[in-house]
Design a binder for this molecule. Sequence first.
Ligand SMILES: [Zn+2]
Length: 84
Amino acid sequence: MNVFPSRYMPCPDCGASLERREKSHDCEPERRLDFVLFQLRDDVAGFEGELAVYLATPRGRFEVFYAERERARRAPESAGETRS
Ligand SMILES: [Zn+2]
């Protein structure tokens, strides 16, 4: 009789099915990225809204101003460049 519910368990880092007795496992980077993004999908979806709200506050507007100023200071040759 098998005392374990399954011989396999998901890798906590990438979600791949692993044999329990398997000691070493190298996560595939692409699989790991998909797994992490899948777990974070709600956070990612909420983040843009939260960021927009934050950037509308006085503090957020200052952060945008400061970040742009710092970027211009670090890369003077591209100071006038605008990105969209
Ligand atoms: Zn893994």
